[in-house]
Design a protein around this ligand. Structure first.
Ligand SMILES: [Zn+2]
Length: 64
């Protein structure tokens, strides 16, 4: 399915293997965030929370 990244506005083609696929199918009009934007958001979150690397690791596991 064709998606449009909410942040960088680039077009991507995703399949069922993409973790966001189900979410987008169920929620038409939901926003897709591509991997590179996702990573930069995570970096921003880590920078703004000032978490210790150990805590970031736990936080990351929690998200997955
Ligand atoms: Zn993007």
């Amino acid at each position: 399915m064709e998606v449009h990244c909410f942040f960088c506005k680039k077009d991507y083609s995703i399949t069922r293997s993409d973790p966001q696929y189900i979410k987008l199918v169920q929620n038409r009009g939901g926003s897709y965030v591509c991997k590179s934007c996702n990573q930069s958001m995570q970096r921003d979150a880590q920078a703004s929370t000032g978490l210790h690397p150990d805590q970031i690791d736990a936080y990351d596991k929690f998200l997955k």
